[in-house]
Design a protein around this ligand. Structure first.
Ligand SMILES: Cc1cc2nc3c(=O)[nH]c(=O)nc-3n(C[C@H](O)[C@H](O)[C@H](O)COP(=O)(O)O)c2cc1C
Length: 397
């Protein structure tokens, strides 16, 4: 299964570093090539000699080793692998990754890589439960980093609880899954996200408060499951995820054209907050204050992107999912919207100001399908995205 796969293995400075030796052995037994990187603290727990003997190749540890840069630069080292694995991933390494530090070889490789990263955290239970580690984990999973473990159990420090590194064979299974392609491999999923900007004149526009965070998290979660994702985004305030095809648009009309241009797709999820109206006959020049009195803005209805795609007779994606941002009688409105638009599912959320959902980090949604309404507990947008992506994978079979 892992034959010919190339793993860049970063070994951090924790007691569980000894298990990294067994991990190297297991990976090589399965045909993988392992390039080991030992942090300075990692080298306090296992020797470079034992790591290189098991890996059958040189251990890298110093960013400033000019011979290594001549032979293989740190950028190349970070890109040559199929997957980057950090085991054990200490609290310190998690903090560095979440903060974007690049002050030694391991952290620089983690910043420079264009490959998936899998971490196997290992630390004392208090360190694992510390709010800083919780925050760092949320940031990392939001960034698309995969994690295996930790497990609960007796710890080397004498305490009990979660913090023990996953066993080498569990890490091997997670590596297999990460390289396998996932349940959406070979599927094309279209995701729209962000607000639209409807021009009034060349410098002014009508917009809404959507940040694009939920659509971005969803695109990332679908890509994590192996889908080829086309991400059609309005001017969002969060950056698009890596590993998806980004099509940037401004207005609803441009978004519809981009969506139609991206079809066919196996599934389409319309998470964008598309403006219902645009300014009819937007001015080609900046409207001047003064003589003519107050400008009169006449509105025209925008195309309904969700309904247009859901009601296609030819080339309709197998699964069409709309989002409904409501401020009152959420489920009733969203259920009616599902019937009116002809889509398969509606993900409804209450975006009243008191919920903090629009532009916030969390979401509380109700999934409306032909079988009825399902309330999901309030969770981070990344968790909601992961759950929805898993449901989409299940529906596409
Ligand atoms: C005996 C000993 C055991 C340690 N075990 C762990 C551990 O399991 N997990 C952890 O996060 N830090 C552990 N630490 C602390 C780390 O070694 C320390 O934070 C170090 O800076 C991490 O370096 P790294 O970023 O290269 O992993 C331990 C320290 C000592 C002295």
């Amino acid at each position: 299964m892992l034959s010919g796969k190339h793993i860049l293995l970063i070994v951090g400075g924790g007691i569980a570093a000894y298990k990294a030796l067994d991990l190297i052995r297991r990976l090589r037994e399965r045909g993988a090539e392992v390039t080991p990187v030992l942090t300075r603290a990692g080298g306090e727990f296992v020797t470079p000699l034992s790591v290189s003997a098991l890996a059958g190749r040189k251990v890298f540890s110093d960013l400033w080793d000019l011979t290594d840069e001549a032979e293989m630069g740190h950028i190349q080292l970070s890109r040559a692998a199929d997957l980057v694995v950090v085991a054990p991933c200490t609290a310190d390494l998690m903090a560095k990754m979440a903060g974007g530090h690049a002050d030694d070889l391991a952290s620089t490789l983690l910043m420079a890589t264009d490959k998936r990263v899998l971490i196997a955290p290992a630390m004392n239970v208090r360190m694992w439960e510390h709010p800083a580690t919780r925050r760092n984990l949320a940031t990392l999973t939001g960034d698309g980093v995969l994690a295996v473990g930790p497990n609960a159990g007796d710890m080397a420090c004498g305490e009990f609880g979660p913090g023990r590194m996953a066993e080498p064979l569990e890490i091997v299974a997670a590596i297999d899954a990460a390289l396998d392609g996932g349940p959406l491999a070979g599927r094309h999923v279209l995701v729209t996200s962000g607000p639209t900007h409807e021009p009034i004149d060349p410098v002014r526009y009508i917009a809404n408060r959507s940040s694009g965070a939920q659509g971005t998290a969803l695109a990332r979660a679908l890509a994590d499951l192996g889908a080829r994702v086309t991400f059609v985004t309005g001017p969002a305030s969060v950056p698009p995820p890596q590993g998806v095809d980004v099509v940037a648009v401004e207005s609803a009309a441009e978004m519809l054209a981009a969506v139609e241009g991206a079809l066919p797709a196996d599934a389409a999820v319309f998470a964008a907050a598309v403006a219902d109206w645009r300014v009819a006959g937007a001015s080609a020049q900046k409207i001047k204050k003064g003589a003519g009195g107050l400008p009169r803005l006449e509105l025209a209805e925008n195309p309904d992107i969700l309904a247009t795609v859901a009601q296609r007779t030819e080339g309709r994606p197998r699964l069409v999912v709309g989002f409904a941002a409501e401020t009152e009688t959420v489920v009733a409105h969203a259920t009616a919207k599902r019937a009116r638009k002809g889509c398969d599912w509606i993900v409804a959320n209450d975006v009243s100001p008191g919920t903090g959902i629009m532009g916030g980090a969390e979401n509380a949604v109700t999934l409306i399908t032909a079988d009825g309404a399902e309330d999901w507990p309030r969770a981070s947008k990344a968790e909601v995205a992961a759950r929805l992506a898993a449901r989409i994978a299940e529906a596409l079979g």
